[in-house]
Ligand binder design. Structure first.
Ligand SMILES: Nc1nc2c(ncn2[C@@H]2O[C@H](COP(=O)(O)OP(=O)(O)OP(=O)(O)O)[C@@H](O)[C@H]2O)c(=O)[nH]1
Ligand SMILES: [Mg+2]
Ligand SMILES: [Zn+2]
Length: 240
């Protein structure tokens, strides 16, 4: 073999390897889709509104969920599933709001998968819930690719992360039903340009409903709660 033949042989091996990886990835995604469909059927059977809440680490998912649990306790019976690589800190915080909460520790996996949710559901009596909120692992990349069977996908980005997040992570934002701009109370301090952020969102995901709020200061929460009420009422009337 001369040098050129060796180079071609290595290239061919690399192509075959890449093709094998693509096939494995397709297999994983179609398996995930089967589990997601099974979850969705189970949710529909119990007329459960299910949220998948996503964002980068620290954007305020747990703070939003905790406040929502507290403020909506009289209206909805809520269960929560929280995913993190390690610790049950978030589950502990959410339990203080009185909701039944289950922590999934994913170990090295940086997203939740539908099969993990399917297994976690066994810990709940779904007939006693109106709303199931799933807090995904903090990560703006791969959780976007995993359908969990949810009705409503919510992506947060906080004023402290800058206006360009939708442009840098378009896949995550494109797949959102709603986008929440969080930590609105810090907007002035960090000189967040709300108009630029809204423009960026519009470029990437023109149909997503956008909420601007602060779970900590209690700003803009009513619009978010109305969205939940509206979606829940629609789900009930569609299935009855
Ligand atoms: N000022 C302000 N701080 C907030 C707000 N929401 C959350 N925080 C703070 O931001 C930090 C991260 O909030 P979390 O709710 O833990 O964020 P998270 O998205 O659940 O984080 P991970 O689960 O680790 O990905 C905490 O110190 C919160 O107190 C808000 O509306 N305003
Ligand atoms: Mg959290
Ligand atoms: Zn991942």
């Amino acid at each position: 073999m001369d040098t050129r033949d060796v180079r071609f042989s290595i290239l061919r091996q690399e192509n075959e390897e890449r093709e094998r990886i693509v096939q494995i990835e397709k297999g994983v995604m179609s398996l995930n889709q089967r589990y997601a469909d099974a979850n969705r059927a189970r949710f529909a059977e119990h007329k459960l509104l299910v949220l998948n809440v996503l964002s980068s680490p620290g954007s305020g998912k747990t703070a939003l969920i905790a406040r929502t649990l507290k403020d909506m306790a009289a209206e909805f019976r809520v269960g929560v599933i929280v995913g993190d690589l390690a610790t049950d800190n978030d589950a502990e915080r959410l339990r203080m709001s009185g909701a039944e909460t289950l922590q999934i520790q994913t170990g090295t996996v940086c997203h939740l998968e539908a099969a993990m949710i399917g297994q976690a559901l066994d810990a709940f009596d779904l007939s006693k819930l109106d709303l199931l909120i799933i807090e995904n692992v903090g990560n703006l990349v791969c959780p976007a690719a995993y359908d969990l069977g949810e009705d409503f996908r919510v992506v947060l980005f906080s004023t402290t992360e800058g206006e360009d997040k939708p442009l840098k992570y378009p896949t995550m934002f494109k797949r959102a039903d709603a986008v929440i701009i969080s930590k609105l109370d810090l907007a002035d301090t960090v000189e967040f340009d709300l108009e630029a952020a809204l423009n960026n969102l519009y470029l990437v995901t023109p149909k997503a409903t956008v909420f601007e709020l602060s779970a900590k200061a209690g700003l803009g929460m009513e619009g978010w709660y109305d969205e939940l009420r509206h979606r829940f009422a629609r789900l009930k009337s569609a299935q009855s």
